[in-house]
Design a protein around this ligand. Structure first.
Ligand code: PLP
Length: 475
């Protein structure tokens, strides 16, 4: 069951709120049995007590009742509408809204109060000099900017700057005409889905996967075909015989496993797209950061058949609230994508685009990337050294020498122990994040997704020590 915790208050309160919302919105129907407490605890990485207490809260509110020996059931009238109910509890008004409600809300989980070290993946590398630099780029751009609507495809100078950047760093040769400026990968995927998919069409998603991609595709009405990933990336031999319309992939640094797609697999995937007349969405989300290894050129750089839609983002390279990214699209999709972008938002904010163009063209972006990579390398080294020192025998590291996270597998732990580990760590102010919710088919043993961008070297050193202590107590 997909449940999001909102990070506010005790874990049992968060869980009760999330279940309540699922009941109220009809995602768990009246009379339905709630999942067994042990099962839900292991799925969410919580303790069984937390789940039991959340269920008790629902019973107290008469939204559910417990039947001894049988389980806890949603009350028969739990989501029947009271007279004069608020508009937001109405039936979904469209199939899209109905699918959204089924998916549940997407919230990026905030660390609970009392968290000292959150090893959360997705935190930006906070950098005060970058912020003051960006402020002055924006001020300069505002002086130069035209106040009228800009081109929906994006400012020509930014599209040109992106081409130069991609040729230098990602081996992608494109013309500014092929580039569309978007507000991040999320919009790129939603535009592409609208242009190439009808409701009911199938889309391949890697297993494990990026949950926001799953939501975007499901909300659009796609049927998802989960396809496994191994050490060489997406297992091309497991791609469906029946042609999908789209394959979503993260070849340079598979999210979240970290696998880098081998050259053979890249060739096979491109051939598959040609043979099956389908599109590949290449999400190149953190290609900038490589340690002790040369970046692998993007899949798009090998695409001679025009099947790859390449999406890049400034969310990792700069910061996610910027909401700027780009698509490099096959010429055959360009007009449809640009027209969709125009209908969506008339184009990205022009001042930010102008600032970004100048930032890249002046070389300051490359300087920033060099410094950010050096800092991330220091943090990553501290993480690896700390994990080796304090948990080397218990945590098997999957380190792809790229990006802003590593995966730590716990082969000696059960899922029950993982839940205990997460709770013990949380009680000591350490935020841990399980990887199994990102799998369709749960892995044989649990693992952690360990982000290292959001903490300083000193904090990372303390966090790994804490983690080692918690692991040792439970093994
Ligand atoms: C797999 C993956 N793709 C893309 C992104 C970036 O998305 P956006 O550009 O919408 O911020 C992220 C950010 O966390 C990610 O993990």
């Amino acid at each position: 069951m997909y449940l999001e915790l909102d990070g506010r208050g005790a874990l049992y309160e968060q869980l009760a709120r999330s279940l309540k919302s699922a009941i109220v919105h009809g995602r768990i129907g009246p009379g339905k049995r709630l999942p067994a407490t042990r099962e839900l605890a292991s799925e969410l990485g919580l303790s069984r007590n937390t789940v039991l207490t959340a269920y008790e809260l629902l019973c107290d509110e008469e939204l559910a009742s417990s039947r001894p020996g049988s389980g806890t059931y949603v009350a028969p009238a739990a989501n029947t509408a009271p007279v004069g109910r608020a508009a937001e509890t109405l039936q979904p008004q469209s199939r899209y809204a109905a699918r959204l409600r089924k998916l549940g809300p997407i919230q990026l989980r905030a660390a609970p109060a009392g968290t000292r070290y959150d090893l959360q993946y997705g935190e930006p590398l906070l950098n005060p000099p970058l912020l003051s630099r960006w402020r002055s780029e924006l001020a300069n751009a505002a002086m130069r900017s035209d106040m009228r609507y800009a081109a929906a495809q994006g400012l020509p100078e930014l599209r040109q700057a992106v081409c130069g950047y991609l040729a230098r760093r990602r081996g992608v040769i494109a013309s500014a005409d092929d580039v569309i400026i978007v507000s991040g990968t999320q919009q790129a995927l939603s535009l592409v889905a609208r242009v190439v998919l009808d409701e009911g069409d199938s889309a391949v998603l890697e297993d494990p996967h990026y949950p926001l991609a799953l939501h975007a595709l499901r909300a659009h009405g796609a049927r998802i075909v989960h396809t496994p990933v191994d050490e060489d990336g997406l297992v091309t031999a497991a791609l469906p015989q029946r042609s999908p319309r789209l394959v979503f992939t993260t070849p340079s640094h598979q999210f979240p496993s970290g696998a880098v797609m081998s050259i053979q697999r890249r060739a096979q995937l491109l051939q598959y797209a040609v043979d099956h007349h389908c599109w590949i969405f290449e999400d190149d989300y953190d290609a900038e950061f490589r340690y002790e290894s040369r970046p692998i050129p993007a899949l798009r750089s090998l695409d001679t058949a025009g099947r790859v839609v390449y999406a890049g983002s400034f969310s990792k390279a700069l910061f996610p609230s910027l909401r700027l990214g780009y698509i490099v699209c096959p010429a055959s999709l360009r007009t449809d994508l640009v027209d969709t972008k125009r209908l969506d938002d008339m184009g990205c904010p022009a001042i930010e685009q102008a600032a970004m163009a100048r930032f890249i063209e002046s070389g300051r972006f490359d300087t920033h990337l060099r410094k950010a990579t050096a800092e991330l390398r220091r943090r990553r080294s501290a993480l690896l050294a700390g994990l080796q020192r304090h948990a080397g025998d218990l945590l098997w590291l999957r380190d792809s020498r790229a990006g802003m996270h590593v995966v730590g597998w716990l082969p000696k732990f059960s899922y029950e122990q993982l839940a205990q580990l997460m709770q013990l760590a949380a009680s000591r102010g350490l935020g841990l994040h399980a990887i199994h919710p990102l799998f369709k088919v749960a892995p044989p043993y649990p693992g952690l997704l360990i982000g290292f961008a959001g903490l300083s070297v000193t904090q990372i050193t303390s966090a790994t020590k804490l983690l080692g202590g918690c692991l040792r107590e439970l093994v």
